[in-house]
Structure formats: structure tokens, C-alpha cells
Design a binder for this molecule. Structure first.
Ligand code: TYD
Length: 134
């Protein structure tokens, strides 16, 4: 799977409160090796601004809202996440920024790799170079 994609998750509606979930290789197309979350983002701040060489991710707005801006080397796409029952699949080799965080936004991210700084491409020109030379 090489295209960014919004994935709707199961939603078990219940008068006691709703429940959603995802499992390895079922709702998301990879096996989770790591999860992390971004929170307490001050107004106007941006996270990300990098690509991964190999790593794939799945991003959910568990609370609040934010925009994920993706660039595939040719075009830019904006995905607004604001519900906890769907998320954005982000394949490898896609430049990504997360911005426009609402107050109390909680970005939850599942990844198919352990943290590895060597997998990051943090320079946009280098990213474009990698895209045109693959
Ligand atoms: P980074 O991925 O650059 O943040 P973002 O892309 O969300 O703006 O990570 C910020 C710092 O946190 C960086 O120094 C590495 C560290 N970090 C870990 O140690 N483990 C992790 O799983 C992640 C995602 C980051």
C-alpha cells in the first residue's frame, strides 16, 4: 500500500460510551512495533516536517483536531483529523507535517518500526532528491 489513506475504524456505539479499536494487519496494513503520542501542543506550533525512508504510520486524533499535510514529492495533500474512529495511513517516503492543533489535541501514532533516527529524512530538498532518484 503506497497511497495515504483515511481508514475508518470500527465504532461500537454504546449508551455507556463508544469504543473503537484497530489490530495488526486488520484495520491497518502493518504490524505495530511502537506507539507514541503528541499532546500539550502550544497554539500555532507544528510537529513533524520530515519523511521516513521505510517507516509507515497510522495517525489518529484521539482528542481534539489537527491537520496532517503530506507531500509525495509531486503534490501536497491535507487531511483534517478530528474524530477518534478514523485515522490516516501514511506510507513511507512521504513528507509529513502536523499543524493547526486544537486545544487539548491528542495525536496518537502507531508505527511499524522502533525509533530509528537513521530512518528520518529531515531536509525537504534531500527528500525531493530521493523521490526523483528512486
Ligand atoms: P520527532 O519524531 O522528530 O518529532 P515530531 O516529528 O513529532 O515533531 O521526535 C522528537 C524527539 O523525540 C526526537 O529527539 C526523538 C525523540 N523520539 C523518541 O525518542 N522516540 C520516539 O518514538 C519518537 C517518535 C521520538
Amino acid at each position: 500500500m503506497n497511497e495515504p489513506m483515511l481508514i475508518e475504524l470500527p465504532k461500537i456505539v454504546d449508551p455507556r460510551g463508544n469504543l473503537s479499536f484497530f489490530e495488526n494487519l486488520k484495520q491497518i496494513p502493518f504490524e505495530i512495533k511502537r506507539t507514541y503520542w503528541i499532546y500539550d501542543v502550544p497554539g500555532g506550533e507544528m510537529r513533524g516536517s520530515h519523511a521516513f525512508k521505510i517507516q509507515q504510520e497510522f495517525i489518529i486524533a484521539l482528542s481534539g483536531s489537527f491537520d496532517v499535510i503530506l507531500h509525495d514529492g509531486t503534490r501536497e495533500m491535507c487531511f483534517s483529523l478530528n474524530r477518534s474512529y478514523y485515522g490516516l495511513y501514511v506510507p513511507n517516503k512521504v513528507w509529513r507535517k502536523i499543524e493547526n492543533f486544537s486545544t487539548n489535541a491528542l495525536a496518537f501514532i502507531a508505527s511499524d518500526m522502533k525509533y530509528d533516527e537513521n530512518d528520518y529524512v529531515r531536509d525537504f530538498e534531500e527528500f525531493l532528491h530521493l523521490q526523483t532518484n528512486q
